[in-house]
Design a protein around this ligand. Structure first.
Ligand code: SAM
Length: 221
């Protein structure tokens, strides 16, 4: 098995199940033109996030790690008309590109993008009593996973769904040597979810256009 077949199958999934989406194509092109790294979720993963929003009937979503807003747009599309997604991004250039992508996708009215270190934005959200969120997607700097999960618990309610991306990392999640801070972040997410009785979770390994990785998903009891 190779990345070529995983990518071909991802293309098959998209061409079989999704309508042509010139807006999201333009979003990815804008990200590329503006020099953003292609580390957004794949289309199939974005659609899964959108479906999770719909399946859970989420009206308030929190995303940590916006990049150019590709995953934000997928989730915003799953929200009802009065729904809201708060998305947190450190890099002002990424945030500028994301804002213009939200305009392009017609979801600006549903998106509250906050620029700055997520831990600061989360503190502000806590002071504003912005929670509880119905779905929380964690996809930023991986060493902060336990801090983000901790904030996710504070901003959640029983039934909140928490998704944490990139927790398999080509299988490197098995490495216990502590040499890779991103692997340590992935392992910390497992320790957090496995060690907190308020959470019931699992992790799913994935292959596709973005390679071999996976996400953890948990519900607050
Ligand atoms: N969720 C996006 C998508 O799928 O389209 C991809 C997000 S990308 C993997 C991670 C993003 O987190 C980057 O844009 C990066 O600048 C941002 N980031 C990194 N450290 C951060 C921090 N401390 N606070 C907020 N955002 C951060």
């Amino acid at each position: 098995m190779s990345k070529k077949i995983w990518t071909d199958v991802d293309d098959y999934i998209v061409s079989s199940l999704f309508e042509a989406d010139p807006v999201l194509d333009a979003v990815l092109a804008a990200n590329r033109d503006q020099g953003l790294p292609a580390i957004d979720v794949s289309a199939a993963q974005g659609k899964l996030l959108s479906l999770l929003v719909r399946i859970g009937g989420a009206r308030k979503v929190l995303e940590i790690g916006t990049l150019g807003g590709y995953s934000t747009i997928w989730m915003a599309r799953g929200l009802p008309a009065d729904g809201k997604i708060v998305t947190l991004e450190l890099d002002p250039h990424h945030a500028r590109v994301a804002r213009s992508n939200f305009e392009r996708a017609g979801v600006s009215d549903r998106v509250d993008l906050r620029t700055g270190p997520a831990l600061q934005s989360l503190t502000a959200l806590g002071s504003e009593n912005a929670g509880p969120f119905d779905l929380i997607f964690i996809d930023a700097d991986k060493p902060n996973n336990p801090n983000y999960l901790s904030w996710a618990m504070r901003l959640s309610r029983p039934g909140t769904v928490i998704v944490c991306d990139n927790v398999i990392r080509d299988g490197a999640v098995l490495d216990e040597d502590g040499r890779d801070v991103n692997v340590e972040g992935a392992r910390a997410a497992f320790s957090f979810i496995g060690g907190d009785k308020r959470l019931d979770g699992t992790a799913i390994q994935t292959v596709g256009a973005k390679g071999y990785d996976g996400f953890a998903i948990a519900i607050v009891n």
